[in-house]
Design a protein around this ligand. Sequence first.
Ligand code: URA
Length: 294
Amino acid sequence: MANDHIDNTPGNRAAAREILTFYMEAGVDALVGEEPVDRFAPEAAAPALQPQAVATTPAEQAERPVSTIRTTLPPKNVPKAAPAVNAPPAPDVAVMAAREAAKSAGSLEELKAILGTFDGCGLKKSAKQLVFSDGNPQARVMFVGEAPGSDEDRAGVPFIGRSGKLLDLMMKAIGLDRTGAYIANIIPWRPPGNRTPTPQESQICLPFISRQIELADPDILVCLGGPSSQTLLGFTDGIRKTRGRFLAYNTGKREIRAIATFHPAYLLRSPLEKRLAWRDFLSIKQELAKPVSA
Ligand code: URA
């Protein structure tokens, strides 16, 4: 039996409960592996390395060919008893690798497969799985949020938690459902504890969501919330200033119409703002009623 070695005495069970409570209070709400990792274990526990293949200093990393981005090995010259921590690639190297990888995708399926093997964004390690998209990639309207939460992380589907349910209601109010809309996020992996993604994480993921928009080729892009509209539309002001105005967005293939509106999670916290969100959704409905641009 796999758990023969577990001491299942009442004292130990109480201690296990205590440590779990401690972890939960500290914000740990997800497991990232089946087995615990002893980061202080001596060298024997470290994976076999080929240090000659690794760039270590930031300068070396910057010069490292982007094709080696998946080789995330620890720095050389580590003291013998150092924890076996894998060094993430430098952010600029990861952004370049992301650009190359995203460009090479010829279809949404290929893009999803490439993202599944891309190791340049540290969030992949703590997330349960990739959350790529939902809805209809042929739809005329595409919604882009910020990053998946815990429900989405569990299911691998964007916007299925509380804010997703509100998004469904908002879409329904203008005659849309997920068969008539395509849905994705700037970041396709859940940030641990739902923390805000760092600017580097957003920049690393930007080439992928940009390519996803290009490949899906919607007529209308709807950015949900400040981070999505700042990352995709280049706004520097907050969402209260930038929402509700259509502007041109160049997908790389053609110019489409884009609009920013409140994120449904914000509307759950600030229901009075639903009035303004309703106006934005009516503008989206009107835009959809216009003839398709070439
Ligand atoms: N919030 C987001 O931005 N995206 C999701 O998929 C869920 C919640």
